[in-house]
Design a protein around this ligand. Structure first.
Ligand code: AKG
Length: 246
């Protein structure tokens, strides 16, 4: 991993709720991730439970892979890498536990959008010491559906939610952020770059109408001290029951 100034990283993360790290994974590591994802989708996915994925509207193309830490040892080992866990430990204010490995594939032309949300509506953890490392496998451009983050929004805590009816993103915010998109942090990334966002940072992304795929691999961590908040969990359970599996 590219060496990082931990003090600066932590200060930006605490202030903004989102940070960008260039060359988080090397070109060789990205090639290995891509090869394993291709193999997994081709050889394994059809044999696994339906909670392993969400498909796009064409009912064929993968929108998301879920629970890769459970179903695939390559991705579990990546998520458990000591150098990555040491980097995120101060950000989760404790001992990091790998909570999930997943993808947002945003395939060319049909990749669907992601409504405004806060991840803690899904994770339901208190205190909100949980985060996502979003690693670009493809280049992320302004045109192919980058993730936009509302800087500092994590500091205002959880906002009212509503079921979204979107498969793969079942719970969204009752109202979108009032911050105009052109004032939000746009996660433009080269392959191997990453963003890290706190679980209460408001974010969203547009559909991909270009001819270029925008594949992201997500590593999700929480501090070992966090606990499930029953009120958040009840709202999530209602939304995900309406639109499974996530
Ligand atoms: O990749 C995207 O478009 C959305 C990602 C997202 O919602 C997340 O990282 O929580």
């Amino acid at each position: 991993m590219n060496p990082t100034n931990t003090t600066e990283l932590l200060a930006s993360y605490e202030r903004d709720g989102v940070v960008r790290i260039r060359q988080f994974l090397s070109a060789d590591e990205i090639a290995a991730v891509r090869a394993e994802l291709d193999r997994y989708i081709r050889d394994d996915l059809s044999t696994l439970p339906v909670d392993a994925r969400t498909l796009e509207k064409d009912e064929k193309t993968v929108r998301n892979l879920w629970r890769l830490e459970k179903y695939n040892s390559f991705f579990r080992q990546l998520g458990e890498r000591a150098d990555i866990q040491s980097l995120v430990a101060p950000l989760v204010h404790g001992e990091p536990l790998l909570a999930g490995v997943e993808t947002f594939n945003k395939p060319a032309r049909i990749g669907s959008g992601v409504p405004y949300h806060q991840d803690n509506a899904y994770f339901c953890q208190t205190p909100p010491d949980m985060l996502t490392v979003w690693i670009a496998i493809d280049e992320v451009t302004e045109a192919n559906g980058p993730v936009f983050f509302v800087k500092g929004s994590h500091q205002d805590g959880m906002q009212p939610t509503k079921p979204s009816g979107v498969r793969g993103n079942s719970i969204g915010m009752a109202e979108p952020s009032a911050v105009p998109v052109n004032e939000q942090f746009c996660g433009l990334l080269a392959p191997g770059d990453a963003t890290i966002h706190q679980c209460e940072t408001i974010h969203h992304s547009a559909p991909n109408t270009t001819d270029h795929s925008r594949l992201g691999l997500l590593l999700v961590y929480r501090g070992s001290h966090t606990q499930t908040d029953p009120k958040l969990k009840a709202a999530y359970t209602a939304a995900v029951t309406a639109t499974p599996p996530a």
